[in-house]
Write a protein that binds this ligand. Structure first.
Ligand code: ASP
Length: 671
């Protein structure tokens, strides 16, 4: 249907458009007010008969009546006002009213007057028209798309993104984004003396994790690459005498776009030199995120206390305010390195009693109990489908049991032993096991296996936890501590809980699974890759392990996690060129590291000070503040799942002559 629309809207012109009517579109009165500013001072406007000019778009089809006609204007804030013209209004105005089409841009001038209230309406006003000028008409697509625009603007076809963006939701989303950017600049520049520095977008090809976008040049076999992040430039800036750098930076990764990812996205990127602990970076980042939520959302941020309760963050000038959770605990308790801590669902290891036997690399048996998930009187026959559906798990699913009777609290493990999933270690004490899990009728039990140091992230049980949070919203919430009181009932959708995840392993074994859906992933422990990036420093206490057991080394790496979303990640860096060289050469076995990273090694060896930094996903942060699950909602012109921008129809083919200039031969033309 929309292809037809596009075709019908195309017009071919052979002569210069009419001078008078065209130039009239360029000559119009500026707005004196916005709808909002009139509403806020409506009595003054009415009492002083103050003339008002509003500019905007026609929001809805006008209603033309013999005596009184109505039109609707939407202004730059996405607000709508009714304007009226009666038979006594001059003919030119009435003629224009009759011609109005939705979405054209207009300028209206008149006087605010009290509106006759309809049922349910509170005080309201309308504009009695004195003059109206159409500044640009809209083409025939606009009325055809009208129903969609009024019902669900997000369903408007993506090539009409500008019509979507005119609606209040998107107007608000992009305004919030702009406010967040401004606030970040204020906190970093005014509050912490950071310097905003732009780094090049035409960078060089260096592996940093994801696939890069290459940019051809007019020299044979010479390419730039678009940066995946400004990581290397910001480290070079630390060697350039700047002690506090930041940038709201465009980054590019040519990755799988299925999940809510964009090939170009924005990071709040920062780096500080002469810092001797991660805490100094964390502290600055906390200032940024706490002011975003505090000033823009007017909400406080919560974190975990030692008793596992939520507490409001305090503004202590020295300490970091968000709790720290180490990677291994996160994986053991929640099965993921970015747990949603609003939920208290956590796991029990059953290592003392059982060993999983399906795959030797995944011996640890663990369980998750959803207490009181159903009313045992109802005797459901199956657990909720979302918790067991194969579609929701990329690899193996946990075994899920509904505990309907006292008997069920014991029979589940016999079933798992019989199935060959696990074996009894020989020391099984039913009493101890019962005490560990304390199962009761009405509970749902999930059992799965993992490796000792989990590289799967999330683990099957971690995925189960995420699904359970979605399936039972608001259940098993952590209590909020307020002084001596514990508050259990609160709206978890409006509660923001942040934590730092720390002590990540510095390296992971490379995954070599042939089948990405096979129940168990396969790793090659002789090939290592960096968990964060190769520039991350190890924990001092693990230094010697770099030589003997690199997989056991923990990194000075920290992630900021808010409501189960990784909002940012960073690390202390290696500023010693010899150590950096050792990591490339001996641990990661990067053969051509001089060619790829020689520039960085040189900059480090020129007295580069110790430094640390972090980057936050700006689009995700904005989406969370706006309250939407998709980052596309806070990006003016996002790419679709095939990487295309439907407004401008990019990417496109390029003519042969241009390709030749770039020494590019396309496969098609080779045939
Ligand atoms: N450059 C890193 C990233 O994009 C962030 C950092 O370490 O500062 O994830």
């Amino acid at each position: 249907m929309y292809q037809t629309l596009a075709r019908t809207s195309r017009r071919y012109l052979s002569k210069l458009p009419d001078k008078t009517s065209t130039l009239a579109k360029f000559n119009f009165p500026l707005a004196t007010s916005t709808i909002k500013s009139v509403t806020e001072n409506i009595h003054e406007f009415i009492n002083h008969k103050q003339k008002v000019t509003l500019n905007g778009h026609i929001h809805r089809k006008a209603r033309i009546r013999p005596t009184l006609s109505f039109g609707f204007l939407r202004d730059c804030n996405g607000e709508v006002v009714q304007f009226v013209a009666n038979a006594a209004t001059n003919d030119k105005v009435m003629d224009t009213m009759k011609k109005l089409t939705v979405e054209e841009s207009v300028s209206i001038t008149g006087f605010a007057q009290q509106k006759q209230l309809r049922k349910g309406e509170t005080e309201s006003w309308e504009l009695a028209l004195e003059d109206i000028q159409i500044l640009n008409s809209s083409n025939i697509d606009a009325p055809r798309l009208e129903k969609l625009k009024q019902a669900r603007p997000e369903d408007l076809p993506p090539q009409f993104r500008y019509l979507q963006l005119r609606t209040p939701f998107y107007q608000n989303a992009l305004r919030v984004r702009s406010k967040i950017a401004q606030l970040i600049r204020k906190v970093l520049v005014d509050g912490h003396d950071f310097v905003e520095i732009e780094t090049p977008l035409l960078f060089k090809s260096t592996p940093e994790g994801a696939r890069e976008f290459l940019v051809p040049t007019r020299s044979p076999n010479q390419f730039y690459a678009l940066p995946q992040s400004p990581q290397q430039y910001k480290q070079i800036l630390m060697s350039s005498g700047f002690t506090k750098y930041f940038q709201i930076a465009k980054c590019f990764r040519d990755e799988d776009l299925r999940s809510d990812r964009q090939p170009e996205f924005t990071q709040v990127d920062l780096e500080m030199s002469f810092v001797n602990s991660s805490d100094q970076v964390m502290r600055v980042v906390e200032d940024v995120v706490l002011s975003i939520w505090g000033k823009i959302k007017q909400t406080s941020m919560y974190t975990l206390n030692e008793s596992g309760e939520l507490v409001e963050t305090e503004s202590d000038a020295n300490a970091t305010r968000l709790s720290k959770l180490d990677y291994l605990t996160a994986l053991q308790k929640y099965g993921i390195d970015k747990p949603d801590l609003r939920s208290k669902i956590s796991f029990e290891s059953l290592e003392d009693f059982f060993v999983a036997t399906e795959n030797n690399d995944f011996p640890v048996v663990e369980a998750c109990v959803l207490r009181g998930a159903f009313d045992p009187k109802l005797q459901p026959s199956k657990p909720p489908k979302s918790l067991t559906s194969e579609l929701n798990y990329s690899r193996r699913r946990p075994y899920v049991f509904i505990i309907k009777s006292e008997n069920d609290t014991k029979t589940w493990y016999e079933q798992l032993v019989k199935k060959g999933f696990m074996r009894n270690k020989g020391n099984l004490s039913e009493d101890n096991l019962c005490r560990r899990l304390s199962l009761n009728p009405g509970d749902i039990l999930a059992v799965s296996s993992r490796s000792h140091l989990p590289y799967e992230n999330p683990t099957p049980l971690g995925k189960f936890r995420q699904l359970a949070i979605l399936e039972f919203p608001g259940k098993w919430q952590r209590p909020i501590r307020r002084g001596n009181d514990l508050v259990d009932s609160y709206n978890s959708d409006e509660t923001v809980v942040g934590t730092w995840v720390v002590d990540f392993p510095l390296f992971n074994p490379v995954e070599v699974s042939e089948d990405t859906n096979a129940p168990y992933p396969k790793y090659d422990k002789s090939q290592l890759e960096s968990t964060h990036h190769p520039f991350t420093m190890c924990k001092s206490e693990d230094y010697n392990l770099l030589e003997t057991a690199p997989l056991k080394v923990k990194g000075e790496h920290y992630d900021l996690v808010v409501n189960g979303v990784e909002v940012g990640g960073g690390s202390r860096r290696i500023h010693d060129a010899a150590l950096q060289q050792y990591i490339f050469e001996e641990v990661l076995h990067v053969k051509n590291y001089q060619q790829l990273f020689g520039h960085l090694l040189k900059a480090l060896s020129m007295g580069c000070p110790p430094h640390a930094g972090l980057a936050m996903g700006f689009d995700r942060l904005c989406a969370m503040v706006v309250g939407t699950s998709s980052i596309k909602d806070v990006i003016a012109f996002p790419k679709n799942q095939s990487g295309s921008d439907r407004v401008v129809e990019s990417p496109t083919t390029v003519d042969e002559k241009t390709l030749n200039e770039y020494f590019i031969t396309t496969i098609d033309s080779c045939k």
